[in-house]
Write a new protein. Structure first.
Length: 296
């Protein structure tokens, strides 16, 4: 064995007689310190790489959690925004529905008053068609409408409708006005004057005579100079009287709606020709029916 190139390593076992002999090149023996350093730096590099990878994975997980939390937060915000928009939309629809209901009430009131020949302002929709180019004023969006205000207006409209259905408004017959409320000349003797407590509306015998408000019939028979007469009791201490009828079509105790036919125009009793005599009594006092022919 050449000693110049190799070194011998003998390993013995104290428990046996066996011996192991190894040969190693001298250059490897000389480089053991270098190998130790290489192993150390490789191990250190591996350890650093492992911890770097671990930190990177942890960082990635942290960033993913942050991103996930941001996504959840944005989804919540978007969900809340969509819910708010939905609630606002529902609120707007509710307000518009309330306005439409109020408009229906106004149209119903207007229809009722027109049937009674009462002069009124037109409803907002009809008025809008006629005056669209002549509008102005402060602008408020539907979203800014006060729900309580809309509700109060609805209740007020409903209250007005109930009242005008119970209070005598308009005329029982559309005809020529031949005599007004107040002092007039005597139509029979043509001498002196007399107090006329109602309106006389001329027409043709048999024309329908209609009640001017909801109420109950308290008289339906012949009544002195009124001839065939119907008296209806209404709410708020009102009564209406219809005289000179040729026919009575209702009975005492019968409930009447505004616009119901209660009899036929005639010339019975103290009359100079076919007409209906119409009176309004409030708190037992005769009132001028002219004052009940329009809504201010």
């Amino acid at each position: 064995m050449k000693n110049s190139n190799y070194s011998t390593i003998i390993i013995t076992n104290k428990h046996s007689n066996k011996t192991k002999i190894y040969t190693i090149k001298d250059k490897h023996v000389k480089n053991i310190a270098l190998y130790k350093k290489m192993v150390f730096y490789f191990s250190l590099f591996t350890l650093i790489l492992f911890f770097s990878f671990f930190i990177f994975i942890k960082y990635e997980r942290h960033e993913k959690e942050k991103l996930y939390n941001k996504v959840v937060m944005l989804e919540n915000k978007l969900g809340n925004k969509l819910n708010n928009q939905k609630n606002n939309k529902n609120s707007i629809h509710q307000k518009l529905d309330n306005l439409n209901k109020a408009e229906e009430y106004l149209l119903k009131i207007e229809k009722y008053l027109n049937e009674r020949e009462v002069k009124t302002l037109t409803s907002s929709k009809r008025n809008e068609r006629n005056t669209r180019s002549e509008v102005g004023g402060e602008y408020y969006s539907v979203e800014e409408m006060n729900s309580d205000l809309i509700k109060s207006k609805q209740e007020r409209v409903s209250e007005i409708l109930n009242k005008i259905q119970s209070i005598p408004i308009g005329l029982p017959h559309i005809g020529r006005l031949t005599s007004t409320f107040g002092v007039r000349g005597n139509p029979f003797s043509h001498q002196g004057g007399e107090f006329h407590p109602g309106l006389d509306l001329a027409g043709t015998i048999g024309d329908p005579i209609k009640s001017t408000a909801d109420g109950k019939v308290i008289f339906a028979s012949i009544k002195g100079g009124y001839g065939n007469c119907v008296i209806i009791k209404h709410a708020y201490k009102y009564e209406t009287l219809y005289g000179h009828l040729s026919e009575i079509d209702v009975k005492v105790g019968q409930n009447i709606k505004a616009g119901d036919v209660i009899g036929k125009l005639g010339s019975t009793g103290r009359s100079t020709g076919p007409h209906v005599h119409y009176e309004i009594i409030h708190n037992n006092e005769k009132k001028n029916p002219i004052n009940y022919l329009y809504i201010p």
